[in-house]
Design a protein. Structure first.
Length: 201
């Protein structure tokens, strides 16, 4: 039976998307974080197993650009946000990922993201800021679906890459962490599964 731990050299791919108050991970707020855990079926095909998502309280002194809130549609004062402090959001995100690592025999999670450096930089900044000791993620390695989609489909913009992969895209739902994460995860699975068909790997 194929094992995901063998496919990625002991890494468990976990797709992550963050919504933020800007582009500077050291100064700008982390506002939403979502993750999709990826599994492998009996035929070696990847699929989305679980989606995790948390709204996050801006850290003390965090910068929030109003233009970022316009793009994401995040309403910081909404009672429905039920945002968690950064450290608690990291803890709740990490628990099921660590459980999946144990179940699959993988050593570390590897962040998969569309322009993954951005998401990893905000994740690492929150980990450092909160002195979070139990992160399951590799601190600097990642898989970038912008690069993979450029290779597979000649597209690097997420919406165009998703559609080039034959998947649906709803622009009105974009720029929420959950939607973007699930679409990035579907794109990642589509590329890896297509590579398996083409090469048998």
């Amino acid at each position: 039976m194929p094992r995901i731990s063998d496919r990625f050299r002991g890494f468990l791919p976990v797709v992550v998307d963050v919504e933020t108050g800007g582009f500077n991970s050291a100064k700008d707020a982390l506002l939403e974080i979502a993750a999709c855990i990826i599994r492998m079926d009996d035929f070696g095909r990847l699929f989305i197993a679980e989606t995790l998502a948390h709204n996050v309280e801006p850290f003390e002194g965090a910068n929030i650009d109003p233009k970022s809130l316009e793009i994401t549609g995040i309403k910081l004062d909404s009672a429905l946000r039920m945002a968690l402090p950064e450290k608690e959001a990291l803890r709740q995100l990490s628990l099921p990922i660590r459980k999946e690592l144990r179940a699959t025999g993988c050593q570390r999670a590897i962040l998969v993201g569309h322009n993954s450096f951005f998401d990893l930089s905000f994740l690492n900044a929150a980990i450092a800021r909160t002195d979070f000791k139990r992160s399951p993620f590799h601190p600097f390695s990642s898989f970038d679906t912008a690069t993979l989609a450029g290779l597979a489909f000649g597209q690097t913009v997420l919406s165009r890459a998703v559609q080039a992969a034959g998947l649906d895209w709803n622009e009105s739902e974009a720029h929420s962490a959950i939607y973007d994460t699930e679409k990035t995860a579907a794109l990642f699975c589509a590329i890896v599964n297509r590579w398996k068909i083409l090469t048998g790997f």
